[in-house]
Design a protein around this ligand. Structure first.
Ligand SMILES: [Zn+2]
Length: 274
């Protein structure tokens, strides 16, 4: 089944009306989608699946790569449910085949590799497939001489893959280092939420790090940190705006301004002579 079939199947199940998570306004689902999932009433940025991101950022024709790399259950892991059964259910219902999808296309005529994570797929957790697809995306960016833009959302490591999942932090970091060595720009876009092992690896290794407004970005949750260090954290800790003030990220951009800014960055960083 192709990724487009997944998307169509998902679309059929969607309701006509939806509620804004932030201001609780009742919105027409179509109206919200036409606004790139930004609430027209309060400006809250709702999550988007990989196809929606690709449709927003890329020109009409684009390719989807490495879809043949699919998750398995090497540890026969079982928590409240068998990992195998979770994967089977996701195969039927999720809008992507894993927590990351790799696209090859053009952003306003500039060729790029675009990787997009999907929170809907086990909380955007990084398992072996996310690591492998991300690495292949970096290698393709080097081979094709195209900048790599990565839209990130993640709850952290894939618990069901245990140590194999943790190894992906090193693997993805090495892949980004290869981009740097080959002078291929790497731009990350941190969306709500970007946490755990992904924030501690490739999310913060971008040459330029962009975040969406009010996104939660950090490693461990605020409650865990407070309990560990026995201190109260400052207000707004782990939000995009707080991290911008502290110099951890380069810019906070409204989703509607993202494409234009990416286009400018791609021209400055890579395509200045094009
Ligand atoms: Zn709203």
């Amino acid at each position: 089944m192709s990724i487009l079939d997944f998307f169509r199947k998902k679309e059929k199940k969607e309701n006509l009306w939806t509620k804004c998570e932030e201001c609780k306004s009742i919105l027409l689902a179509q109206e919200l989608e036409a606004n790139f999932n930004v609430c027209p009433k309060c400006g809250h940025h709702h999550s988007m699946n990989p196809i929606m991101w690709a449709n927003m950022l890329l020109d009409y024709h684009y390719g989807v790569f490495f879809e043949h790399i699919l998750p398995t259950d090497p540890l026969s892991f079982k928590d409240t449910k068998k990992y195998k059964d979770r994967l089977k259910a996701l195969k039927e219902n999720a809008s992507s085949t894993e927590a990351i999808t790799i696209f090859d296309g053009k952003l306003s005529d500039y060729p790029i590799i675009l990787s997009v994570m999907n929170f809907e797929f086990i909380g955007g957790s990084m398992g072996s497939v996310v690591g492998e697809r991300f690495k292949l995306a970096c290698l393709k960016a080097i081979q094709d001489k195209k900048p790599h833009v990565s839209v990130i959302t993640s709850g952290g490591a894939r618990m069901q893959e245990s140590a194999i999942s943790l190894m992906q932090m090193a693997k993805t970091s090495i892949a980004v280092n290869l981009l740097h060595q080959n002078h291929i720009p790497f731009i990350t876009i941190l969306t709500n939420p970007t946490t755990g092992g992904v924030s501690a690896s490739f999310a913060f290794l971008g040459d330029i790090i962009i975040a969406e407004p009010k996104a939660i970005i950090g490693f461990a949750g605020a409650r865990v940190i407070e309990q560990t260090i026995k201190q109260q954290l400052p207000e707004g800790f782990q939000t995009s705006e707080f991290l911008l003030k502290k110099g951890m990220i380069d810019m906070v951009l409204h989703r509607h301004l993202l494409k234009q800014n990416l286009q400018n960055l791609l021209r400055i960083l890579f395509y200045k002579n094009a």
